[in-house]
Design a protein around this ligand. Structure first.
Ligand SMILES: Nc1ncnc2c1ncn2[C@@H]1O[C@H](COP(=O)(O)OP(=O)(O)OP(=O)(O)O)[C@@H](O)[C@H]1O
Ligand SMILES: [Mg+2]
Length: 469
């Protein structure tokens, strides 16, 4: 190597140095400049003759070369302000035959133009990276809070209050409920209300990930663990959720072999990446959810009993919508606000009779079904009021029957059934409020009257008028 460099004429060497690092300075072990190139001197407003032999701090503003010769530590890409410009400087200790003899400093960007050209290339990449980083971080945060869980019916409130209480503990939580009842919302809310909220909330859908991928999804893998494994390996959801919450959604759909691996991870509190050699300690709180009957699955040998006990430390059962019909009105209103934001259509309301009629339906798909029905209605809506005819036919059928029972057709509703004479609209609203209060008070008329802020006799009269039993 040295022999080859010796073969180069001295002028070449100097030119090569100038090309490799446009600005360069070399100091000895005392921080005295022994070499500096012409371009650097021009920028500094000095000459090579003047600069060489002087302490570097006297020639270059904010220099840290004298520090590097003391510490022997390189300083890479450090920002250095020289003559009002922010420069990017690299400083390396110079070792010759194992001995620290000085330091070499280079400046990566000589002028604002250089920097600008570079930053114009790099800046979009940095922005893009920032965008994905915040998006990724946002994804990893719990999105919903308890205040987003709408409902006042007693069984729902019981579940919500239990969830609020357990959010403070570190125990595993098992959320049970039919499809669309809000299990995922509960999981988010529990995480957000816990001391783990500053850390990630990571969801794994055990039903949608193919069996052979679930293990690498949960535990990650090392580079070269299998063909197609990414360079540098990949973190699993357990590691991503470190210090936060791991939400095992649809846990009832997890294949038996994976159940054993999951159980081991929960017991040992450590995981092993596929192809890894050392276990990784993980601190996660588990929230699991399923719409399946796990107890029955345990009996049938389709779900490991020991895993069931591990997950079922705190069980929360979320009631289906048909068992809390009084919540349909308030939930619909919140969902409509959400849809209003999504479609930029604000102030959409339900006609008085619609809520009443929605309460007739059984809602096998629960709140998700209600959400879909309302979204469809918003899409076919001309004005701000959702009427019966905006609902899907299967709901209209249920309702047509109930509608005829309660109110004879009114002529002006023929053109647009959502539009009712004010008297009828007020009556429908009154009826709905009374029904809601009665359901909330579980049929107790004295309590319902108190909730409505009217006298008991007045409530009896109105019940008779509207045919409420
Ligand atoms: N109490 C609630 N208040 C308002 N919206 C709710 C409530 N519960 C659920 N939702 C809404 O209903 C939809 C379904 O909720 P979620 O996804 O949590 O249900 P799920 O129980 O996880 O269903 P699945 O078992 O099908 O996954 C969501 O869009 C959510 O915003
Ligand atoms: Mg879900």
């Amino acid at each position: 190597m040295t022999a080859k460099l010796n073969a180069l004429p001295y002028e070449w060497l100097e030119e090569i140095i100038n090309l490799a690092a446009e600005w360069i300075v070399v100091v000895d072990v005392n921080g005295i400049i022994c070499y500096i190139n012409q371009a650097y001197c021009e920028f500094l407003g000095t000459t090579i003759e003047e600069a060489v032999g002087k302490p570097v701090g006297n020639v270059i503003e904010n220099s840290r070369m004298h520090v590097v010769v003391r510490t022997g530590q390189a300083e890479v890409a450090s920002i250095q302000s020289i003559k009002g410009s922010e420069m990017v400087a690299n400083r390396y200790p110079l070792y010759v035959q194992g001995e620290l003899v000085g330091a070499v400093g280079t400046v990566m960007f000589r002028n604002a133009q250089d920097w600008l050209e570079y930053s114009q290339k790099v800046q979009p990449l940095v922005e893009e990276l920032k965008y994905y980083k915040t998006r990724f971080e946002r994804e990893l945060r719990g999105k919903y809070r308890f205040s987003d869980l709408i409902g006042q019916s007693p069984r729902f409130l019981e579940a919500k209050h239990l969830a609020e209480r357990v959010s403070g503990s570190q125990s595993a939580v098992l959320l049970l409920g039919e499809s669309g009842t809000g299990k995922e919302l509960f999981a988010h809310a529990i995480h957000n209300n816990s001391v783990r909220s500053p850390f990630p909330f990571v969801r794994v859908n055990c039903a949608s990930i193919p069996e052979h991928l679930l293990e690498s999804e949960l535990f990650g893998y090392e580079e070269g663990a299998f063909t197609g494994a990414k360079r540098g390996g990949k973190k699993g959801k357990f590691e991503l959720a470190h210090r936060g919450t791991l939400f095992l959604d649809e846990v009832g759909d997890m294949p038996l072999p994976m159940q054993s691996k999951l159980l081991r991870a929960l017991q040992e509190k450590e995981i092993e990446r596929i192809g890894g050699h050392a276990p990784v300690l993980v601190d996660v709180r588990i929230i699991a959810a399923t719409h399946r009957n796990l107890e029955q699955m345990v009996e049938e040998g389709r779900f490991r009993q020991d895993l069931y006990y591990r997950l079922n430390v705190m069980k929360i059962e979320i009631p289906p919508l048909r068992e809390r019909k009084a919540d349909i009105g308030p939930i619909s209103r919140v969902l409509l606000e959400k849809l209003g934001r999504k479609f930029n259509r604000h102030g959409i309301m339900l006609a008085g009779d619609v809520v009443q009629q929605l309460q007739q339906h059984n809602w096998p798909g629960n709140i998700r079904e209600l959400e879909n029905v309302l979204e469809r209605a918003v899409n076919v809506l001309e004005g701000p009021v959702i009427g019966l005819h905006h609902l899907p036919l299967y709901l209209q059928d249920d309702m047509a029957v109930a509608h005829r029972e309660h109110r004879p057709p009114v002529s002006c509703t023929q053109k647009n059934p959502a539009l009712l004479p004010l008297k009828d609209a007020v009556a429908a609203a009154e009826r709905e409020a009374i029904m809601l209060a009665l359901q909330f008070a579980q049929g107790n008329k004295v309590q319902a009257a108190r909730l409505l802020g009217i006298g008991k006799t007045s409530l009896y009269d109105k019940c008779k008028l509207y045919g409420i039993d």
